[in-house]
Write a protein that binds this ligand. Structure first.
Ligand code: NAD
Length: 275
């Protein structure tokens, strides 16, 4: 069974299960991404701020995998706003990655006290039209911030937000669904900060003879979200990848849905406070 490709609202497609490299040491990135590609991942999620785009690029170049089979995302950091800086930033990222284009370019955070977002987002549309990125999207634009993007009439293909069983961001999920914007769930496993081994997740895992991490990844995939769990270990990469073959029942999904704690369940930063 292959990882599903989801249709984006601009006509492109995206592999629903990928590999993320947040906090992957730049010195180890080439080795870790090489392992991920060998495990079968074809979608890699990085960002300028992770400092490891060069390592991702080296792993891609060494892999021999045809560029058209890969889906590469990077993100604009918060201090690069406005037309000129946005253009410089994507050029720098492409150079570090050793690529002519990325598949997806995201505004990393709303960074609300910074420059107005409109000019940056309109520049994203120009970069897409010029072929430097195939698709454009946003990250961490919850229901408080997404309207400022929608007002431009340029609709992002995805919104990448923190989302796991105890923090499900239902209002943002609904707003995105209304506009045919796919959700990318970052921290899909709760960043290893939440004990999901027991309780409903543990019970679902036991019913299916899978691990808690596989149960959660299968829950995301069944509900149409894109995920790219991170792990430095080849064993866990393979475990997480195999989760696309796990099919949960409606009851399993409902049991995991019931773990939502609203904003109390957040394990990382509130976008209103990140500048
Ligand atoms: P995650 O939920 O993927 O958790 C990663 C941690 O979970 C690992 O460090 C590891 O300790 C543990 N883990 C992974 N697989 C496991 C397994 N099978 N069994 C047990 N433990 C396991 O968190 P993340 O890395 O923060 O999120 C995934 C990706 O999302 C990132 O790598 C990055 O690409 C993206 N991300 C984006 C933003 C953003 O602001 N846009 C923020 C954070 C992460």
């Amino acid at each position: 069974m292959a990882v599903q490709n989801l249709d984006l609202n601009d006509g492109n497609t995206i592999p629903q299960l990928g590999f993320g490299v947040f906090k992957v040491d730049p010195a180890e990135t080439e080795r870790i991404v090489t392992d991920a590609l060998q495990a079968g991942y074809r979608h890699i999620d990085t960002a300028a701020i992770y400092g490891n785009e060069e390592g991702v690029g080296r792993a891609i170049a060494a892999s021999g995998i045809d560029r058209s089979e890969l889906f590469i995302t990077t993100k604009l950091w918060n201090d690069r706003r406005g037309r000129t800086e946005t253009r410089r930033a994507i050029d720098e990222s492409l150079q570090k990655l050793g690529l002519d284009y990325v598949d997806l370019f995201l505004i990393h955070w709303p960074a609300p006290s910074g420059d107005p977002i409109r000019e940056t987002w309109e520049t994203f549309a120009d970069l897409r039209n010029e072929g430097l990125t195939r698709s454009i999207g946003v990250s961490n634009f919850d229901e408080r911030f997404l309207p400022s993007i929608l007002e431009t009439g340029i609709i992002p293909v995805v919104n990448q937000i923190e989302l796991h069983p105890q923090f499900q961001q239902r209002a943002t999920q609904e707003l995105c669904a209304e506009h045919n914007i796919k959700i990318e769930a970052w921290g899909p496993l709760g960043q290893g900060k939440v004990d999901f081994t027991s309780g409903p997740v543990g019970a679902v895992a036991e019913r299916h003879g899978v691990t808690w991490a596989q149960a959660i990844i299968a829950w995301h995939l069944a509900q149409g979200r894109i995920v790219f769990p991170k792990s430095n270990s080849a064993e866990r990469m393979a475990e997480n990848f195999a989760a696309h073959e796990v099919t949960l029942t409606a009851e399993d999904l409902a049991d995991i849905d019931a773990l939502d704690k609203g904003t109390e369940g957040r394990v990382s930063a509130d976008p209103a406070t990140v500048d």
